[in-house]
Design a protein around this ligand. Structure first.
Ligand code: ZN
Ligand code: ZN
Length: 235
């Protein structure tokens, strides 16, 4: 069978100019572009985000960040992460957190939901913003929202910090391990009988995740594991 030739403008210069004009018009109407490939009119392409997922599906022990299952912590839960923190994966987190690109969070969360094995009857609970934070939104809640889209799961922003803590940016990782016990708590009705998965954007030492796990356990429920967008390498 002979397929008809596709219609294309004869003049490649004209074709290029028209296409650029179209892109510009779209960009003016919807001034966003994919932070990975630069495509206009898209906050981030699903394919570009999925391309960041590391092939190896390593799980880490939430207690010590060594491979899971961990002989030193038989009662620990697994932490899964999508990618290492650096380059584009770091740029995305910075755009989300400091560039107020809220819409990126849900898209990044959907990528996590697609990449990780789907957990049945999961309740996704994000790590909360610090008390007194001036951020307009909790980026980890947006990630949980995106994962919940894919898994058809529930999500609840039900944890809160009991302590105020200065920003840890710039502190060496050894200092970031020191979060006092019971620094976080469950607010509202305890999540009876639900299996909870903690969601965070970046994991460094795991101290924040452990505070979240402790708070859920203190409320009488069980954490089955944690998911983060990225893991800081070499800690
Ligand atoms: Zn893209
Ligand atoms: Zn361990």
């Amino acid at each position: 069978m002979i397929l008809p030739k596709k219609d294309t403008p004869e003049n490649p210069v004209l074709r290029g100019a028209l296409s650029r004009l179209f892109e510009l018009a779209v960009h003016v109407l919807w001034p966003v572009s994919c932070p990975v490939c630069g495509m206009t009119a898209s906050p981030a392409c699903p394919g570009c985000l999925a391309g960041l997922a590391e092939k190896s599906r390593r799980m880490l022990c939430a207690e010590c960040m060594r491979p899971f299952p961990c002989p030193s912590h038989p009662g620990s839960v697994p932490l899964r992460y999508l990618t290492s923190f650096g380059g584009v994966s770091r740029d995305l987190v910075h755009l989300l957190k400091y560039g107020s690109r809220r819409e990126l969070g849900r898209l990044m969360g959907r990528t996590m939901g697609e990449a990780f094995p789907r957990m049945r009857a999961a309740l996704l609970v994000p790590v909360p913003l610090h008390a007194g934070s001036e951020r307009a939104f909790n980026q980890s809640l947006e990630l949980a929202r995106g994962m919940a889209d894919v898994w058809k799961a529930g999500f609840e922003d039900s944890l809160e910090w009991k302590i105020s803590r200065p920003s840890q940016v710039g502190l060496p990782s050894s200092e970031r391990k020191n979060i006092p016990k019971n620094a976080m708590q469950w607010k509202g009705q305890p999540p009876s009988g639900r299996t909870i998965w903690i969601v965070d954007d970046v994991c460094t030492t795991g101290a924040t995740l452990r505070s979240a796990i402790q708070a859920v356990t203190a409320s009488g429920s069980r954490v089955a594991g944690a998911f983060t967008w990225a893991m800081t390498p070499g800690v």
